[in-house]
Ligand binder design. Structure first.
Ligand code: T5A
Length: 205
């Protein structure tokens, strides 16, 4: 039985998910909530190992199907060991990415059909869905500019612009289809404006 709330942060590269995770965590703790901050791929020892395999730029070429299955393997472990137990005891779970990223990157970016992703989603998650998803959106060029300022690019960040345009389009399509859950945040605004908007959405929960 789910007692807590599940919030996910989504969007293209470098648009402020990680930066705003700390803001949301702080806001919820001030409201007296127990907060579990986590991320995908990752969030458990095994899932973090899978993350490292997925992001590394060296070594064997990873096929699109392998990538999809590794993401869902990491997710199954993450749900079982971290997300579900936290929600059951009443904690609020904040995850930097979740399954909408798979629809955007593997569906939109790699071209894997939606029905396959939906089947895996049902198998791995059953009825588990986020209560609120904040989708950070801005032109692809802006996110890449911000991401490049930080560190060496990982395997996904090394993709071409066209890939990220498909990712963005898939995210926006999902936000339109699931507008009750997915709330768009204009990530090209100042950090203060972005955080004001985030706070407004959190208050609706
Ligand atoms: N992936 C993941 C899939 O392909 N399928 C899946 O199912 C899942 C779960 C790793 C990769 O995995 C892929 C997608 C990803 O490529 P990740 O580590 O979450 O996932 O990916 P990134 O998008 O690379 O995370 P980043 O850390 O790069 O981006 P963030 O978190 O969105 O951006 P952030 O907060 O680090 O901000 C970037 C910079 O911009 C500044 C920040 O200070 C920072 O320097 N900034 C702003 N500057 C001005 N104004 C603002 N409003 C700003 N907001 C942030």
């Amino acid at each position: 039985m789910k007692q807590g709330k599940f919030i996910t942060l989504e969007g293209g590269e470098g648009l402020g998910k990680t930066t705003n995770l700390a803001f949301i965590q702080h806001f919820l703790i001030e409201q007296g909530r127990e907060v579990v901050v986590t991320r995908e791929p990752g969030g458990t020892v095994l899932a973090e190992k899978l993350r490292a395999l997925l992001l590394e730029t060296q070594g064997e070429l990873i096929s699109d199907k392998t990538e999809l299955l590794l993401l869902f393997a990491a997710r199954a472990q993450h749900i079982h060991n971290v997300i579900q137990p936290a929600l059951t005891r009443g904690a609020w779970v904040l995850s930097d990415r979740f399954t909408d990223a798979t629809y955007a990157y593997q569906g939109g970016g790699r071209g894997i059909d939606v029905a396959t992703i939906a089947w895996l989603e049902q198998f791995v998650q059953a009825s588990l869905q986020p209560d609120l998803t904040l989708l950070f959106d801005a032109p692809v060029e802006l996110g890449m500019q911000r991401a490049k300022k930080r560190a060496a690019l990982d395997r996904f960040e090394s993709e071409q612009q066209a890939f990220f345009r498909h990712v963005r389009a898939a995210y926006l399509e999902r936000a339109q289809q699931q507008s009750e859950r997915i709330k768009l945040i204009d990530a090209s605004q100042s950090l203060a404006a972005v955080q004001l908007r985030i706070q407004q959405w959190l208050e609706t929960l």
